[in-house]
Design a protein around this ligand. Structure first.
Ligand code: FES
Length: 204
């Protein structure tokens, strides 16, 4: 399963109870597609030179295509070391989620096609949940900016942290600001409820 759900809040690792130290981690929505592009270099090896420069070029082409499509949140591209299928041309690319086959001999001209749609074997259910979560996060981000912008009109220089403590700032006792902040609170509740539903759906 390809998910950050397990990172939740408190974790125990390496025999150290992070809970005791109150260390928190923030969960983030998974991308629709995560590509790992080999750019491994092997000098003078009988196994060949590795994907090296071809991998670098493919990585750059994929990043440029993601930027052109504005799919930064939806598609992640990561450079990696040898994936074990060393090609004579192009580079090797592993795709997640799911168990989609690793692609070898991928050339720069194939970069765009790699971004189209999820890997064939990706879990449709997971993809839908991820898409909902991405949408909710985007809407929430937009509303957060609106709340902060309104607050700064009432009292210039306020930070998001200030805005989270409105009782400290009498200037924020404004019906329009309260309305925008109420919408933001509602959105956060929807996101929390959606995540709870998702966790329940996984257990069923
Ligand atoms: S060097 Fe790229 S897959 Fe081995």
């Amino acid at each position: 399963m390809y998910s950050f759900e397990g990172l939740g809040t408190h974790v125990r690792t390496c025999g150290t109870d992070l809970r005791a130290k109150k260390i928190q981690m923030r969960a983030a929505p998974s991308p629709r597609l995560h590509l790992f592009v080999c750019a491994n270099r092997r000098e003078g090896s009988p196994l060949g030179p590795g994907c090296g420069e071809r991998g670098d070029a493919l990585y750059d082409a994929l990043k440029a295509e993601v930027a052109a499509r504005r799919q930064h949140a939806e598609v992640w591209v990561t450079k990696t070391q040898c994936l074990g299928i060393c090609p004579k041309r192009g580079a090797t690319v592993a795709r997640y989620p799911g168990d989609a086959p690793i692609l070898s001999d991928v050339e720069v001209t194939g970069a765009s096609a790699l971004l189209d749609g999820p890997p064939a074997s990706a879990s449709t259910t997971e993809t839908i949940w991820d898409a909902i979560e991405r949408e909710l996060s985007a809407i929430e981000e937009l509303q957060t900016s609106k709340v902060l912008e309104l607050a700064r009109r009432l009292k210039p220089g306020l930070t998001m942290e200030d805005v989270q403590n409105p009782h400290d700032f009498p200037e924020l006792d404004d019906p329009d600001w309260h309305y925008a902040d109420g919408i933001l609170t509602g959105m956060k509740s929807v996101t929390t409820a959606m995540r709870a539903l998702r966790r329940r759906a996984r257990k069923d």
